[in-house]
Design a protein around this ligand. Sequence first.
Ligand code: FNR
Length: 371
Amino acid sequence: MTMEGKDMVQDVHISSRKDDHLRLAQQFYVHNVQALSNHDEIDAMQFVHQALPEMSRERVSASTSFAGISLPRPYFINAMTGGTELTNRVNYRLARVAHDTQSALALGSMSIAVKDPRTRDAYRQLRDDFPDVRFIANLGAEHTVESAQLVQEVIGAVALQIHLNAVQEIVMPEGEKDFTGWMNNIRAIVQESHVPVIVKEVGFGMSYETVQQLLNIGVHTVDIAGRGGTNFAQIENARNNKQDFNYMENWGLSTIRSLIEAVEARKNQGVDAHDVSIIASGGVRGPLDIVKYCALGADAVGLSGAFLQAITSSDDDNEAVESTIELIHDWDEHITNIMTILGVENLEQLRTQARYTLPESLISYRRQRAQ
Ligand code: FNR
């Protein structure tokens, strides 16, 4: 086969893989977020109620910023998809939501735009149709500085996500099996990128050690993307109709455990800690989860699966977009309400003043990890 022919076959595989991921992620998500084992510790984290909040709802603002992006609310639409007809349509819907709600919108991996120049037009169209949307570009850590710059420019991104998906690659039969060189690639991309770089997991969490490694090579923003929602071991097993990697479906750090590790790593970074941002994501279900993760130290919260459910809830584009916008407005109200009764005016106060208790299992986990 000629090189061109081989590339073409690869492109067709990427396209159908992306459509499969979307379909299977959507199918499994609700079950995963309802599974108690994934959320027992975040549910057992309890705010201590204060009957004298001395706070007016009017005063509360949950605005935040990370990676140079200021947001009116502490959450955003995290990476999912793009590059095929079906997934471009989903991104188009999400861009309408982002436009109407001043949200940031992270796109799914844009490696297809690196490999196949024909796919770049759809991204450029999206950028031109939504000039005010803050897009975040996305690529895997195996990519070069040049590829990172290319995808950033194609979508006019205000930030760039580099994803770490070793588990997914191992489980995927056609996946990469050599993960050497990621650190060097990330270091180079951080040094050369024209926009802030966010390094993220894809649903298996980041440990204290991983966050420390990333901070040491100059990364300022990490998205821990823990276990509890979208699960790529499960998706790949289903896609390949194999159970080989069933045991991997419980692999990884839950979002709360990973967040605690990341916050600890930031704290121990010393003087540079103040310009490190931590994004919590992975199985985030709604306003109370968001407030809890921010109280634990997250600067923002990312949601993929939850927005995928909302944006695919109707065959009608307008209906799906409107109901997703409504969901965001609803959540904003709830977040403001929760912060009001906690007596905190902003995320900084939430982090430093809100009192909460953690379950014994988490305390014991922290103790073991501190040894
Ligand atoms: C993802 N995710 C993802 N992440 C990434 O960095 N690049 C990507 O291309 C994709 N692709 C992708 C496709 C689909 C359909 C979904 C649902 C998710 C992972 C995503 O950004 C996030 O880290 C995980 O999904 C965990 O968050 P949720 O879904 O549990 O909120």
